[in-house]
Design a binder for this molecule. Structure first.
Ligand code: HEC
Ligand code: HEC
Ligand code: HEC
Ligand code: HEC
Length: 168
């Protein structure tokens, strides 16, 4: 009997750990893409956010920001999921000064905003990406975020971190 309990417990534990490894809040494609009910570019389930003003430009976000902020801006402009307030967020939605930051190729935006720093400069929102917080680069599960910063901010980063990301 005890063995059976251990076996059931073991199977349960295995299933839980599999769920922890694979479950991310963006796992379901149809959370974001309405196959026959989409709105705007990439058949998004939510209408693009064209009302939140980016303090950096005084205008609403362009394409990619308007898609993420449909869900991630505070209500009522967005759905308020884990809300990101642009007044308190890393600068985003404009072409950076090349004397300050040169974006690596993988961090460039979409047509019309190729040179801009956008939400997807740092994130890749698709479920194929298993990094912490859907970040574009690994950060040891969020324990080592300076590794992410170093991809764009070499001038400020330690030699040790730059060496570490060079070997990934
Ligand atoms: C969190 C929201 C979200 C989820 C979940 C999501 N997508 Fe997307 N998807 C987007 C956004 C935003 C874009 C537009 C920007 C881009 O191309 O990354 C996009 C773009 C795409 C594109 C066009 C890519 C291109 O280069 O033109 C395809 C195809 C796609 N998604 C398929 C999927 C599939 C399949 C899934 C599930 C495995 C999925 N998406 C899950 C938000 C999402
Ligand atoms: C259709 C709605 C929708 C869109 C569009 C969307 N997200 Fe999300 N996202 C969600 C939801 C829902 C969650 C989970 C919220 C919660 O935990 O309460 C989430 C969670 C996240 C998280 C936290 C992940 C974690 O592991 O905790 C990040 C980061 C994120 N989204 C980034 C983005 C980015 C970047 C974009 C645009 C490219 C985007 N999302 C577009 C709905 C969306
Ligand atoms: C410069 C890089 C960078 C840019 C640009 C960026 N993010 Fe993030 N984002 C991060 C990092 C790093 C984290 C994880 C922070 C942490 O865990 O302390 C994060 C976390 C998040 C989360 C989870 C917040 C939570 O409450 O847990 C969401 C949602 C998100 N980002 C959405 C966005 C959206 C939408 C945009 C565009 C408007 C954006 N990000 C632009 C780097 C960035
Ligand atoms: C994808 C590239 C990228 C990543 C990754 C990135 N940044 Fe930045 N960062 C930028 C750009 C672009 C600017 C704006 C430069 C300008 O003003 O022209 C900036 C500006 C800043 C500023 C100045 C803010 C201001 O108001 O002027 C700080 C501070 C900063 N980043 C911190 C961080 C930290 C901390 C991380 C890691 C968690 C990080 N960045 C990750 C690209 C990035």
């Amino acid at each position: 009997m005890r063995k059976l309990f251990l076996l059931i417990g073991g199977v349960f534990f295995f299933m839980m750990s599999a769920a922890i490894v694979f479950a991310g809040p963006h796992d379901d494609c149809t959370l974001c893409h309405g196959v026959h009910t989409g709105q705007g570019p990439v058949i998004l389930t939510e209408a693009p956010n064209t009302t939140t003003i980016n303090p950096r430009t005084g205008k609403p976000m362009k394409r990619i920001g308007s898609l993420c902020l449909a869900c991630h801006a505070p209500e009522p402009d967005g759905a308020g999921y884990r809300p990101v307030d642009l007044n308190h967020t890393h600068p985003v939605g404009f072409t950076p000064d090349p004397n300050k930051v040169v974006l690596p190729p993988e961090a460039k935006g979409f047509p019309g905003e190729e040179e801009d720093i956008v939400c997807t400069s740092c994130h890749n929102q698709h479920p194929s990406n298993t990094n912490y917080m859907y970040l574009r680069w690994p950060s040891d599960g969020g324990e080592n975020l300076p590794k992410v910063c170093a991809h764009c901010h070499q001038k400020q980063s330690s030699q040790e971190i730059i060496r570490e990301i060079g070997t990934e």
